[in-house]
Ligand binder design. Structure first.
Ligand SMILES: Nc1ncnc2c1ncn2[C@@H]1O[C@H](COP(=O)(O)OP(=O)(O)OP(=O)(O)O)[C@@H](O)[C@H]1O
Ligand SMILES: [Zn+2]
Length: 654
């Protein structure tokens, strides 16, 4: 039961919710039933069938409609007396500026990507509005409170880098099914149906050098009037046969590894059946490209079946054909989407055929989709628990009850009979460039790198700025905005193509650049250090940004392909599982730079009264009895958090 004071705080509050998905639906309902009277809700998405199992405010008839609006209407049916304002929009839209944020007493996030979370964090800091941040992944979840100057901001701790794989593992020596999936999704699918100008390592082989790159260059182009069946078979033979033959010529690679087997279409029994069974026009809803399915066309129904080589080959050829026959307009623009059935079918089949070559077991479409889409199946109960905790923290914030704020972690296994673990929030990280004024350091070859590289690779990808403005002293080098004068816009465009040292106000070693995002009202200084050489493999960006945000890379190799496609429900901050020991204690992993270096861990009891620290992660140290089954890497549940693959984070749960 709420006290009188709580009720009055609730009634007088104006609240902004961002996200009306799994957490958002629960949250809106709980806010309404707790007595909140004035709720605003932003969500940019429309309702999909796959949301209906847990986003309980939505029904089949709502598919295709705005989540924010339908959620509003559904809650108003049982709480008609309250005011709910919905915005079907991206929270990054300029309309949602600092003044917009200032009208709220508290902001509650129910988002699913790092990019949007960072953006909201910055606006809350700029507007000095408290933020309650949240995230769930399967059984895990967390709620954290962020208040300018009093607690850590959402970005005070670096987020774990996304899981990546060395290019050569993906292109030449896969040993796990996930390697085949990454190859099929990020290389083959992109090469066939994505942006042709994008760099693609599909034809990089460990042997390479003299291998016929000419052959590789144009093989993916469909020749004028080339029969689609022939084209599909030619691609099949090239990627599963010829490319493997070429890789085999590098004896060095296979000295200590099993040699892969090239597979040609002629080796696959009965693929010709495709001609008889495949019926492109059979099942599809006119004008709905997403209803196109190779499985449906071939009469394969169960996504949990593991297909044979023959079936995978038929799906591969049929899916390729369907893209060209039914979705030709999209070719050249497609990116892999886990909700695109035909794309999932193509990627599953291609990954399985590659897996056979390398002696890796087949996987079903259902499993392949989970791996390709980094899907951790959502648990509705976790969303409900987390939403309840958000409201509890929001009420404390409204009452200014700072001594009782808690970051709460929802665990998968009880620890000391507790599933929820509350921890006191920590003070702001003094070296966080978002909420403090710490300068960053950029090592870059100022005679070779262009301003464009700096803007794309650092300002947008690493610093997460949307509307950057770059200054050297009082000289403005770059700015974006709709209201720029034509000649200024032309100047900035010209600057983008200049190397740093040749800019009107030259940027060289020792320069201090100021980078600002006007919308986020975020400004930071970057000290420039000239460096002549960069290792192409290990430092592919040709520039290195350091400061607080450098997350320690998980693997040694740096030339990596990320398996990250950017869409998943995931936590606001990391909960990295620890090695299990034979006790049943919860440990806090400190991921501040020194702590990572020292590998420090602290027990909850050690820190229960801690006022300051770098708490980043919490993990349940389970005893052997309830220790989850050890999974092979292929089966790791992988989660990531992103809108922008460059900045996304991912966690793996065991
Ligand atoms: N930049 C953004 N602006 C507004 N809303 C956003 C933004 N980024 C994400 N969201 C919303 O946050 C919600 C997150 O909900 P949830 O994690 O349940 O994801 P989902 O897309 O509904 O489900 P799933 O990803 O599991 O299919 C989504 O409804 C999404 O539209
Ligand atoms: Zn911070």
């Amino acid at each position: 039961m709420a006290t009188k004071q709580q009720l009055s705080a609730i009634k007088g509050a104006k609240v902004l919710m961002v996200g009306a998905g799994g957490i958002g639906c629960e949250l809106l309902k709980t806010l309404a039933l707790s007595g909140f009277q004035d709720i605003h809700i932003i969500d940019m998405d429309t309702i999909e069938v796959s949301n209906l199992n847990r986003q309980f405010l939505f029904r089949q008839s709502h598919v295709g409609q705005s989540k924010a609006k339908v959620a509003r209407d559904a809650v108003l049916k049982f709480s008609p007396q309250i005011s709910i304002t919905s915005y079907h929009a991206n929270v990054k839209d300029p309309d949602f500026n600092v003044d917009f944020f200032k009208q709220f007493n508290v902001v509650l996030n129910g988002l699913d990507n790092l990019d949007a979370r960072r953006h909201v964090n910055r606006l809350c800091l700029a507007a000095a509005v408290p933020l309650v941040e949240s995230g769930t992944t399967g059984f895990l979840g967390q709620v954290t409170v962020h208040m300018k100057g009093k607690t850590e901001c959402y970005e005070c701790q670096p987020k774990p880098a996304p899981k990546t794989y060395p290019v050569c593992t993906i292109t030449s020596t896969p040993s796990k099914f996930v390697h085949c999936i990454v190859w099929a999704k990020d290389l083959l699918f992109t090469k066939m149906f994505g942006d042709k100008n994008q760099e693609n390592d599909l034809n990089v082989r460990s042997s390479d050098a003299s291998s016929s790159s000419e052959h590789a260059e144009d093989v993916f182009e469909r020749k004028t009037d080339e029969d689609i069946e022939q084209y599909g078979k030619r691609i099949y033979d090239h990627v599963f046969g010829y490319n493997i033959e070429v890789a085999l010529t590098n004896e060095e690679t296979w000295k200590n590894r099993n040699r892969p087997r090239p597979i040609y279409i002629r080796d696959v029994p009965s693929t010709e059946l495709i001609q008889e069974n495949g019926n492109v026009d059979k099942i599809f809803v006119a004008d709905d490209p997403l209803s196109v399915s190779a499985m449906a066309s071939l009469g394969l129904k169960n996504p949990q079946d593991v297909w044979s080589l023959m079936e995978n080959s038929r799906i591969f050829l049929e899916a390729l054909k369907l893209f060209f026959v039914k979705r030709e307009k999209e070719i050249g623009r497609l990116t892999f989407d886990k909700d695109d059935q035909l794309a999932v079918e193509f990627v599953t089949a291609a990954a399985n055929i590659r897996a056979v070559s390398f002696g890796i077991p087949f996987h079903s479409l259902f499993e392949a989709k989970g791996i390709a889409g980094n899907i951790v199946h959502a648990v509705a109960t976790t969303n409900a628990i987390i939403s309840g905790l958000i409201v509890i923290e929001a009420i404390k914030v409204l009452q200014n009850d700072a001594s009782n704020y808690r970051m709460t972690y929802c665990l998968e296994h009880p620890s000391k009979k507790m599933l929820l673990m509350p921890v006191e929030p920590f003070e702001p990280n003094k070296s966080c460039y978002v909420c403090s004024e710490t300068p960053l350091l950029l090592e870059v070859n100022t005679y070779r790198s262009k301003l464009r590289d700096f803007v794309e690779k650092i300002v947008k990808a690493k610093l997460g700025m949307n509307f950057p403005l770059i200054m050297h002293g009082s000289a403005l080098l770059y700015e974006v905005g709709d209201d720029l004068e034509e000649d200024m816009a032309a100047n900035y465009a010209a600057n983008l193509d200049k190397v740093l040292s040749e800019l009107p106000s030259p940027v060289t070693g020792g320069t201090i650049l100021t980078v600002e995002d006007l919308q986020q009202e975020l400004s930071c200084n970057i000290n420039i250090k000239h460096r002549e050489e960069f290792d192409e493999e290990k430092e592919p960006d040709g520039m290195i940004l350091s400061g607080w945000m450098q997350a320690p890379p998980k693997e040694k190799e740096n030339n990596k392909i990320s398996s990250d496609n950017g869409a998943s429900t995931s936590n606001a901050s990391p909960a990295v599982p620890l090695e299990t020991e034979e006790d049943n204690e919860i440990e806090i992993v400190l991921t501040g730079a020194e702590n990572v270096a020292a590998g420090n861990k602290r027990k909850l009891s050690d820190i229960s009264n801690a006022a300051t620290s770098d708490l980043c992660s919490v993990a349940d140290k389970t005893n052997s009895k309830n220790k989850p089954e050890e999974l092979d890497d292929d089966d790791d549940l992988v989660m990531l958090d992103d809108g922008n693959s460059n900045t996304s984070k991912k966690k793996r749960l065991r």
